[in-house]
Design a protein around this ligand. Sequence first.
Ligand SMILES: NC(=O)c1ccc[n+]([C@@H]2O[C@H](COP(=O)([O-])OP(=O)(O)OC[C@H]3O[C@@H](n4cnc5c(N)ncnc54)[C@H](OP(=O)(O)O)[C@@H]3O)[C@@H](O)[C@H]2O)c1
Length: 256
Amino acid sequence: MNIVILGGTKGMGRALARRCVEHGDRVFLLGRSEVDLQRSAVDLDLRAGLGSAPDSTPRSCVARCDLEQPEGFAAALDAAQAHFAGAAIDAIVVTAGVFATQDELESDPARTERLLRVNFTNTVLFCEEARKRLLAQGGGTLCVFSSVAGDRARKPVVLYGASKAGLSAYLDGIDHKFHGQGLRVLCVRPGFVKTGMTAGLKPPPFAGEPTQVARDVRRALCGRDPRTVLYTPWIWQLVMGVIATLPRAVMRRINF
Ligand SMILES: NC(=O)c1ccc[n+]([C@@H]2O[C@H](COP(=O)([O-])OP(=O)(O)OC[C@H]3O[C@@H](n4cnc5c(N)ncnc54)[C@H](OP(=O)(O)O)[C@@H]3O)[C@@H](O)[C@H]2O)c1
């Protein structure tokens, strides 16, 4: 597969990029730090068996793309299409996103505005650019990392969860509207996963590893899996199924 990943320099995105190249996919990385992109590209080359040692030759399979700068989205995706030289892009994946605790966000409106803009408004704008290109080439998969936090409002993640709830609703909508034209939408909803994003938080039961998520997501990308929503690790589908049934009075009493 030819795959573009925005957010592949860290956490679950990095694990997914690694898994993809180890299975023979060609990966083009988008991210906001040129240094991180180049370091990640060298790492991927080594894992793909394309280089014997890290070197200082700049890799061409990367381009800058900052979710705070939507004016750069088109150029970043142009660079990805140019890299694949006319071959179709099988999947565009967005793992990039930001997190902050509910206390941090409640005490800092500017930080709240930034999180909502990055996780929702600008991610949607990026997806709009991406889905137009996938449709123009006859179809393809748009795979975006939302979160279980968007499934049901919970006290510790009211604002972050709202950004992901909006994103999940948008992904559901474009699946309805464009599925018949060849767009496949995959909304990934990780549970708690141990990455830099969650460092410092107490892992709950069923906390997952990025490698598990990478395995689940790649399997869904390359198969003919009809799902449009993927919970990963899978146990979180069960957990969220239970949480969805809790009455409001119970949700008010528990600190969850
Ligand atoms: N970890 C969890 O428990 C969990 C649970 C549910 C959902 N999620 C979601 O899953 C996705 C991946 O999370 P993760 O845990 O792998 O996070 P992570 O390790 O913190 O990685 C986040 C990635 O997003 C990139 N990013 C952040 N802001 C960006 C911006 N303005 N422009 C472009 N890239 C930007 C980061 O790049 P830099 O290195 O440049 O910062 C990094 O590559 C996120 O959308 C997150 O909300 C995570």
